[in-house]
Design a protein around this ligand. Structure first.
Ligand code: AMP
Length: 399
């Protein structure tokens, strides 16, 4: 899949609208706690500035429900961007109102304007044509660098792309890199290719599992979703998370893996706890011996050893979903050990966004991974084999 390339645009001295994903996490004092998404957008912004563009940036931030809510102002982002770009970033007080319009109009080469939170406009999430038109009227070029929201058909992500021709729109560097890693590596991996799939439920990852099965050589299952598989295999899983309505799907996936010759790994032991809490009593038990009323909240040490052995020879690893309740220190060890092992391997290691990205960062091995996606939902949809609505209009048409 080849995307329209920012480098092919004749941007010199022009006005450019860059859709970014500045939807960063904040702490209780509204300070940015992780600015990875802002830093990830710098390559495209700096490229435009190097070409003497006037740069208009747009992003959503939180879920303000289509109305102005000071809590969701992009002011902290404007401040951080000013530091990172080492130049003034002016924040408009609205999205397409008088302030944004006049500031966009008078914006000069080398200047950066950030529009207020795009979701202050109700039309954003409705893919409203009028909003797309107004945003498009601000600039001569459109760049999508907001991978994390590209699975949404929103006005500044999808609708707006129809208002620029192929010579006036492109994917930014971040979006291109995300697609390069997530889509191309899945299609043409260096083998053996392993997927580590965890997280809470089978239902959230069912389509991804189905899409990955014909492509991978090995699958390692962890997290709460493992228990639906274990139950289907006849184990007593106590009070562990389970989706009884998906037992047949779990069987189908295991059958399909066997048919395709995909090595399918399930936990052989778990950390079982008497309740879902940090101060729970916990113990290591084999998958065969989970006591009634106890719940498995992490993979056990034998599983870690087994998964390490299985992962030893792989050349490409795709990881989506934690191995346990990593938010609680007591149940983070399985995820942490797998994270260290994957980070130390010589394989190409790609981490899906969201929880798994958060996890590898907490463990401190984020720098060791080949690539960490900035988008949880978007990366999962790519793993499910879907074409993202914000990406589809930027795909280079085949002759
Ligand atoms: P997901 O959003 O489906 O990727 O799941 C991520 C969540 O799964 C994290 O918040 C984990 O705490 C949770 N999780 C992982 N393992 C378990 C488990 N064994 N039981 C319950 N929740 C789990």
């Amino acid at each position: 899949m080849e995307l329209l390339n920012i480098k092919n645009l004749n941007l010199d001295g022009k006005k450019v609208f860059v859709r970014c994903d500045f939807n960063v996490p904040t702490d209780e004092h509204a300070n940015i706690s992780d600015d990875r998404r802002i830093r990830s957008a710098l390559a495209s912004i700096n490229y435009c500035l190097d070409r003497d563009c006037a740069v208009i940036l747009g992003s959503h931030f939180g879920r303000p429900k289509g109305e102005v809510d000071a809590k969701y102002s992009l002011a902290p982002v404007a401040k951080r961007l000013t530091q990172l770009l080492k130049r003034d970033v002016v924040l408009a007080s609205d999205v397409i109102g008088d302030d944004a319009s006049s500031k966009a109009e008078s914006l000069k080469s080398g200047e950066v304007l950030l529009l207020e939170n795009l979701r202050f406009e109700a039309g954003e999430t409705k893919n409203d044509e009028e909003l797309s038109k107004k945003l498009a009227s601000f600039a001569e070029f459109y760049i999508n660098d907001a991978f994390g929201v590209s699975h949404r058909a929103h006005a500044s992500v999808e609708g707006i792309t129809h208002l620029f021709d192929e010579n006036h729109k492109a994917a930014g560097f971040l979006l291109s890199k995300e697609i390069e890693y997530l889509a191309k590596i899945i299609d043409k991996p260096v083998r053996p290719f392993a997927a580590i799939v965890g997280g809470s439920k089978v239902s959230g990852k069912l389509e991804a599992l189905e899409n990955l099965l014909p492509k991978v050589d090995k699958i390692f299952i962890g997290g709460g979703m493992a228990f639906t598989f274990l139950k289907q295999m006849g184990y007593n899983i106590g009070a562990s998370l389970v989706e009884d309505d998906l037992l047949q799907d779990a069987q189908r996936i295991m059958d399909e893996a066997a048919r395709l010759g995909v090595k399918f790994y399930l936990p052989v032991d778990v950390i079982a706890a008497d309740k879902f809490a940090e101060d729970a009593v916990s113990k290591i038990v084999t998958a065969q011996e989970i006591p009634d009323n106890w719940m498995g909240l992490d993979i056990g040490p034998a599983t870690v050893r087994l998964y390490r052995e299985g992962l030893n020879d792989v050349q490409t690893v795709l990881w989506n979903g934690p191995m346990g309740v990593y938010e609680m220190e007591k149940f983070a060890r399985g995820s942490s050990k797998i994270a260290h092992f994957v980070a130390d391997s010589y394989a190409t290691t790609v981490v899906g966004g969201g929880d798994t990205a958060d996890l590898v960062q907490r463990v401190g091995v984020d720098e060791e991974m080949s690539f960490i996606s900035t988008g949880g939902g978007a990366s999962l949809e790519l793993l499910e084999g879907k074409t993202l609505p914000g990406v589809a209009p930027l795909i280079v048409k085949e002759d």
